[in-house]
Design a protein around this ligand. Structure first.
Ligand code: ZN
Ligand code: ZN
Length: 227
């Protein structure tokens, strides 16, 4: 595996640690990502309406150990099951507390998520990415594009059931998509080749697969780095 950043091609913007419902520590996740060949791994533990500061402070402390390594760490949150009317405020709070990336737990088919979550997330200025959007509407895909948001194709069992739907709306609206692991354990991190097959499996044509694995992630990293 390459030691330089340039040799690393895998970008993953969604994973969990034992600071929420994951099984491993931040260090376990980032060191596994280094071994898998990641260029970027964001740790995005679940938060709702509680103060995100302790979580982000802890992630920031652990990220410090990777500062000069071959991989870029991002720290953030996944706003989960927050009432839709509170999403914009919770996202702002997370940003102010140091989140480099703010993602929202979208309206997956697999569990109850407050209705209106997708729309509120895409309208919120401080949200970067909508995770597993489920049966996203065409209107919300257009909103995502207009707001410069990123949509997620999910490698996570069950959340990925609507990847094909999300991919086809993304192509139609022009919004960026990325392939995230939503790993809750270090061995659920998705290497580049599997991410490529997930993007293909969602029905993306080769140029769109490349966009989902390279251009869209690079734009998102740039945006996170400037926040
Ligand atoms: Zn989620
Ligand atoms: Zn998640």
């Amino acid at each position: 595996m390459g030691r330089t950043k340039g040799a690393r091609k895998r970008y993953d913007f969604h994973a969990h640690t034992f600071l929420s419902d994951g099984e491993n520590s931040p260090t376990d996740m980032w060191s596994a990502a280094e071994r898998v060949g990641h260029r970027v791994l964001a740790l995005t533990d679940h938060v709702a309406l509680e103060d995100p500061t302790p979580l982000l402070r802890r992630l920031a402390e652990e990220a410090g150990a990777y500062e000069n390594g071959p991989m870029t760490t991002l720290i953030g949150v996944e706003l989960s099951k927050v009432p839709a009317s509170k999403i914009a405020e919770a996202a702002r709070r997370a940003r102010q507390a140091g989140a480099q990336i703010v993602i929202v737990h979208g309206e997956t088919l697999m569990e109850y998520v407050p209705p209106g979550t997708n729309h509120a997330a895409l309208a919120a200025p401080d949200v970067d990415l909508l995770a597993h959007p489920g049966l996203l509407t065409e209107k919300d895909a257009d909103l995502a594009h207009a707001q410069g948001k990123v949509l997620e194709l999910s490698a996570r069992r069950m959340h990925g059931l609507t990847n094909g739907h999300v991919a086809s709306l993304a192509v139609a609206s022009g919004v960026d998509v990325v392939v995230d692991s939503d790993a809750h354990r270090f061995d659920e991190l998705v290497p580049l080749e599997l991410a490529r097959r997930i993007a293909q499996g969602a029905g993306l044509q080769p140029d769109r697969v490349a966009a989902a694995l390279e251009e869209a992630p690079r734009r998102l990293v740039k945006r996170c780095a400037s926040s």
